[in-house]
Design a protein around this ligand. Structure first.
Ligand code: GDP
Length: 501
């Protein structure tokens, strides 16, 4: 145990394997240090989840790269096809199954889809292997002890970057189904060496914004067929973990792993996604330099997406209105009058302002620099670690700053985020803190009736509407799943989206 920032003793993080600490603690400083910085979690760690993680780790060590079983699996993958019946009848527990994750889109999207893919691996006894393009090199620590989660690219018979796989790929599950390369049922069939599961959100801009996943991706009969493949490739920009909770075949395990459904990303994200040492250095320097000394830390992430920009003045007004209505920041005197009375002890509030643009920081900074606060007993400082201007998800240094800032945001006491942004979702879920969310409407203007809303859970929102999914028996769930599943809600920011509660 160690002393946290508030002097609280911090229990060792039971989610993390004890073997990781034994091996080389310096290899991943954030493993211990991040747990110390987060405020004590409101969500107890479920014992069965811990058991499942230790079991997963043992299987990863058995089947991971550099093992004999892995070499065997790679040679099967390279010999073009294999017989499904043979796999079903053979020694199932001696073979290893894999799911290969391919990153796409911004870092927030990547973290949501990586955690979802790991949950899928837990549920289907697959080993999670990660394709690490140069822009992600060393971004995250190795999460599993005594092995690696990195897929040596030369081992895979197909190019492994995001552009190499799409809904049109001939290896795509849905295409193989449509082209009768594979079929439902138990009869003998020869399976291709691997299957690609395309879980990217289809973005349609018609009368209104509609988001949906492909058909045949979250149906029981499809998952039974998918399970027959030893190798699977997944590319997704979404928090599809939510869709797994809607499938009866996974429900029992999920109930046991997550008695509280509102903490799925909270636990799995903290387990899987610890920043590597380069990023941790940035987090640590900024936190110690600008935030640690404050009595209170308020984090804000202002995301103004380029496709539907909200004018910055309107966004800034909304930030101030949200802060005022919810007492997040002290009010300032209208004029730059000198303070009337001397106050000895002042409370220091540090605002961590995150955005690609400098203007929100500059405006808020100027406001508290120029004007005294009404009560005079609070000083507000405003800090922004970086402002890269534009998103550059294929640049490593840019992604390192983004990850450092997601972590810094997760160490704040309270946070304001922007709806539709997966960057904010990740920070709120890691922290276990419900944010105040600014709401762009159709991402072109702000909602006028409320300044910001407070979601009832810290879980990220899954953006598509699964009620549109088609299964073998025709369209499924034309009713609203929120009516059937007690722990599901629509999202405050994305009305068609779904989140766990
Ligand atoms: P989303 O697009 O808002 O859902 O979030 P993503 O994280 O998927 O993509 C946005 C990307 O833009 C981030 O990953 C960063 O690369 C960049 N970005 C957006 N806001 C910030 C910010 O406040 N700080 C930094 N450093 N990068 C940001």
């Amino acid at each position: 145990a160690d002393d946290g920032p508030g002097g609280n003793a911090v229990a060792p993080d039971r989610l993390l394997s004890p073997h990781l600490e034994d091996s080389n603690p310096a290899a991943c400083l954030s493993r211990h240090e991040a747990s110390r910085r987060w405020k004590p979690a409101a969500f107890p760690v479920p014992p069965y989840l811990v058991e499942r993680l230790r079991r997963y780790e043992a299987n990863h060590r058995r089947c991971g790269p550099r093992t004999a079983l892995y070499r065997e699996a790679v040679s099967r993958l390279r010999s073009a096809a294999r017989n499904a019946d043979h796999a079903a009848a053979g020694d199932r527990h001696h073979t290893c199954k894999y799911v290969v994750w391919i990153p796409t889109e911004g870092l927030g999207n990547r973290m949501l889809s990586l955690v979802s893919t790991f949950l899928y691996a837990l549920l289907t006894d697959r080993v999670l292997l990660v394709h690490e393009p140069p822009e992600m090199e060393g971004l995250f620590c190795e999460p599993f002890p005594g092995t690696t989660w990195l897929l040596p690219p030369a081992d895979f018979p197909h190019k492994l970057d995001a552009a190499a796989f799409s809904s049109r790929s001939k290896e795509s599950y849905v295409n193989m189904l449509h082209n009768n390369i594979i079929r439902y049922g138990y009869g003998a069939q020869v399976l291709p060496a691997y299957v690609y599961l395309h879980l990217e959100t289809v973005f349609l801009l018609t009368e209104s914004v509609k988001l949906r996943l492909q058909n045949h991706t979250f149906c029981q009969e499809d998952h039974r067929l998918l399970n027959k493949f030893d190798w699977m490739v997944v590319k997704s920009d979404n928090y599809f973990a939510v869709a797994l909770f809607m499938m009866p075949m996974y429900r029992r395990e999920l109930e046991r792993m997550f008695p509280a459904k509102g903490a799925v990303f909270h636990h799995l994200g903290r387990y899987l996604l610890r920043p590597g040492n380069r990023v941790w250095g940035m987090v640590d320097r900024f936190f110690e330099g600008y935030l640690a000394g404050a009595d209170e830390r308020l984090g804000m992430h202002v995301r103004n997406k380029q496709i539907f920009p909200v004018p910055p003045e309107i966004m800034f007004k909304q930030i101030l209105r949200c802060a005022r209505e919810h007492h997040l920041l002290p009010q300032v005197l209208a004029t730059s009058e000198p303070p009337t009375a001397e106050v000895k002890k002042k409370k220091a509030v540090a605002v961590l302002m995150l955005s690609l643009k400098p203007e929100y920081h500059d405006k808020l900074h100027a406001m508290y620099y120029t004007n005294a606060t009404v009560a005079g007993d609070v000083v507000v400082s405003v800090h922004q670690p970086s402002h890269d201007g534009e998103q550059q998800s294929d640049a490593r240094a840019h992604n390192e700053r983004a990850l450092a800032e997601i972590y810094l945001l997760s160490f704040c006491d309270r946070m304001v985020t922007t709806g539709w942004s997966t960057f904010g979702y990740v920070a709120q879920a890691l922290a276990g803190i419900r944010p105040w969310m600014l709401l762009p409407v159709n991402r072109s203007k702000m909602r006028a009736d409320v300044a910001c809303v407070r979601p009832p859970s810290v879980e990220p929102c899954m953006h598509p509407q699964p009620s549109l999914l088609t299964c073998q028996q025709g369209p499924r769930h034309l009713d609203d799943p929120v009516k059937r599943v007690p722990f599901l809600r629509h999202c405050e920011d994305v009305p068609l989206g779904l989140k766990l509660l």
